[in-house]
Design a protein around this ligand. Structure first.
Ligand code: UDP
Length: 326
């Protein structure tokens, strides 16, 4: 039985690593809204205190600046550990290859060790990158993937594959209650404008009336999920009785060129697209098969592309000082 469904104690203490990041901060908000306590841990390598400043003074919230590749000392009870710390954009893991490998490997070992010592449940943020440049489309959880271990993206992909293996080993050997979410491309407020990912890159370029930098010919595809949908799926997974990986993402797929056209239209920018070299090992296609999430979690995305993108553009306009957020 997982700790959230143990009704003896309604208010749980949750550790969220990467708590000042895009997803970690949204997950924190969801856990606090559900009445839980959150201890966020982040070394602020790619996270930012701006994402958590609204939580200052919240009695149920505590922030610890710490690198979880080092031993984590936490006194007191912990009911749940969510391991979300990692650089997560291709730009970031090219800039920080060794910290990316370390947080996926040593950080996962330390956070699993913390969960074991506290008798807590554990959820790891894994990724669609475990499928690499996939030869099966859309991607189902039973696909083993097509990853180049020594390519530039290998530092992220292999760290997450190791993290999944380590998590299953703790589940099987130590009988830890563990969950694995494979997160597909997600967007929304609190992404970093300069993190290099296509959503902030194109929106930032369009808002500044600059050319949109399309890598390759733009025929590669991605499927974009709005952050509130993703967080709801993860929240449900945390209480579900399943230890197998679960894909969470939005199956609506488009080419990067179509995505660029949509951003130009929705921002009203006069930007053109410029075509740059395709990064090495950039996956040609990506779309989650969410049959398992539907069956096990009763979950599917509900925020459409138009609504999600409008909210995201509004966030970046505010961030750039262009207008107040609606
Ligand atoms: N991309 C692009 N221009 C950019 C940034 C990204 O064309 O300025 C492309 C990138 O090559 C990839 C897709 O957009 O095919 C999504 O890239 P992102 O970095 O968002 O994440 P990925 O899905 O590759 O992890």
């Amino acid at each position: 039985m997982d700790v959230f469904s143990n009704q003896r104690k309604a208010k749980k203490t949750c550790v969220v690593t990467g708590g000042a990041g895009f997803l970690g901060s949204h997950l924190t908000d969801r856990l606090l809204a559900a009445g839980h306590r959150v201890i966020a841990i982040d070394n602020l390598l790619t996270g930012n205190v701006r994402n958590i400043e609204h939580l200052a003074g919240n009695a149920d919230y505590r922030f610890i600046e710490h690198d979880v590749t080092n031993f984590i000392y936490l006194p007191g009870e912990v009911d749940f550990v969510f391991h979300f710390a990692s650089p997560a954009s291709p730009f970031d893991y090219l800039e920080f290859p060794i910290p990316t490998l370390k947080v996926g490997a040593l950080g996962t070992h330390n956070t699993l060790g913390l969960a074991k010592a506290k008798g807590a449940s554990f959820l790891i943020a894994s990724t669609s990158e475990v499928y690499g440049d996939p030869l099966i489309h859309p991607q189902k959880e039973d696909y083993w993937g097509n990853v180049n271990p020594i390519g530039p993206r290998g530092v992220y992909d292999e760290a997450k594959r190791f993290a999944e293996a380590m998590t299953m080993a703790y589940h099987r050997f130590h009988r830890l209650d563990t969950k694995i979410v494979r997160i597909f491309n997600t967007y929304g407020p609190r992404m970093r404008l300069e993190d290099g990912r296509v959503v902030p890159a194109f929106i930032g370029q369009a808002l500044n009336e600059e050319p949109l930098t399309v890598f390759g010919d733009g025929s590669q595809t991605r499927s974009f999920c709005y952050v509130s949908d993703l967080i709801e799926g993860i929240f449900r997974l945390s209480t579900a009785d399943t230890h197998e990986p679960v894909n969470i993402g939005n199956p609506s797929e488009m080419t990067i060129k179509q995505f660029g056209e949509a951003i130009i239209e929705k921002t009203g920018a006069s930007s053109q697209m410029v075509f740059k070299e395709l990064p090495e090992d950039d996956p040609r296609v990506r779309q989650p098969d969410i049959t398992r999430a539907r069956a096990v979690l009763g979950w599917e995305p509900i925020v459409g592309f138009d609504e999600g993108i409008a909210k995201t553009i509004s966030y970046f306009k505010t961030f750039l000082g262009m207008e107040e957020q609606a």
